[in-house]
Design a protein around this ligand. Structure first.
Ligand code: ADP
Length: 278
């Protein structure tokens, strides 16, 4: 009858629409893959000559240079470093988007990693911005020294967050606290908090902070460079390491970025704890 015929026609049209949607989805996935592949290729092509430029700059910087030449050399070196940072951000972003970023796990000294990041960033701060900031890493006593994790990616997350905190703090302090959240025989969840007394972030900007290319100050005259990819990459890396990032901030008072990661206990730590087995 008519009703059955109508239902059959509707079913046919539904099936057709679903098939069209499937094709559109496939095309979108493929075009996303091609975009990521293109970004990865082009970043690689740009990085290779930039590394060569950087290598020769470093050789020339060791030469006898007058004041003017040294200034030029330092400016070229700084700009090259900035370009390399932008390129590796884009490369990481495209790898993450393509699901091609994997972790490289090894025994690491987590306390040394945090200290190193602080040392590098504070000497960069003194050279570039000459701000007198109190830069304080604090570990809870029960945080182990040795764990198993990906040192490159942990360093990258810390450098992004602590680097931002230093960049956007003109006076006061940038504190990082490290605590244990959960501990079992096979895993260890650590929590890191980076607390600054800087410019802070307006409440209406907080939601978009972890979206690609978002910067709070979008004016062309803004003081700080950056790709607006740092926090996106940070969030994805932290997720890959089994954790989460969140932020709270008060405009004009300061920001508080918190993240967790899951690591594995290291045999090396047990040796440190138990001197008899050394
Ligand atoms: P960028 O490379 O531009 O710094 P990020 O993704 O790391 O990109 O940060 C995005 C924006 O978030 C920054 O441009 C800045 O406006 C804001 N931001 C991040 N961290 C802080 C902070 N600690 N204090 C104030 N603003 C911050």
């Amino acid at each position: 009858d008519q009703a059955t015929e109508d239902i059959r026609r509707n079913m046919d049209s539904l099936e057709e629409k679903s098939a069209q949607l499937h094709i559109a989805n496939k095309e979108a996935t493929e075009s996303n893959r091609l975009k990521s592949q293109f970004l990865a290729n082009i970043s690689h092509e740009i990085r290779t000559p930039l590394n060569a430029i950087m290598g020769y700059i470093q050789i020339l910087q060791k030469d006898q240079l007058d004041k003017q030449q040294r200034l030029y050399m330092d400016t070229i070196a700084q700009s090259t470093t900035n370009l390399l940072t932008i390129i590796s951000d884009i490369l990481d972003f495209s790898k993450i988007e393509a699901g091609k970023l994997s972790l490289d796990l090894t025994d690491i000294n987590i306390r040394d990693i945090v200290d190193e990041v602080y040392q590098i960033l504070s000497s960069a701060n003194l050279v570039n911005a000459s701000k007198e900031l109190d830069l304080i890493p604090e570990f809870d006593l029960d945080v182990p020294t040795w764990v198993i994790g990906d040192p490159v990616r942990i360093r990258q997350v810390l450098t992004n967050l602590i680097g931002n905190a230093i960049k956007f703090t003109h006076e006061g302090s940038v504190r990082t606290t490290v605590k244990i959240l959960e501990k079992s025989n096979s895993s260890l969840k650590l929590s890191f908090q980076i607390i600054d007394t800087g410019v802070g972030i307006p409440e209406n900007k907080l939601d978009n902070l972890f979206k690609p290319f978002s910067q709070v100050d979008t004016s062309t005259t803004r003081k700080f460079g950056g790709t607006g990819l740092g926090l996106v990459i940070t969030k994805k890396l932290v997720k890959q390491m089994g954790g989460n990032v969140e932020v709270s901030s008060e405009h004009g008072i300061g920001s508080n970025f918190r993240f967790t990661i899951v690591l594995k206990p290291s045999q090396k730590e047990q040796k440190v704890e138990d001197p008899i087995s050394k």
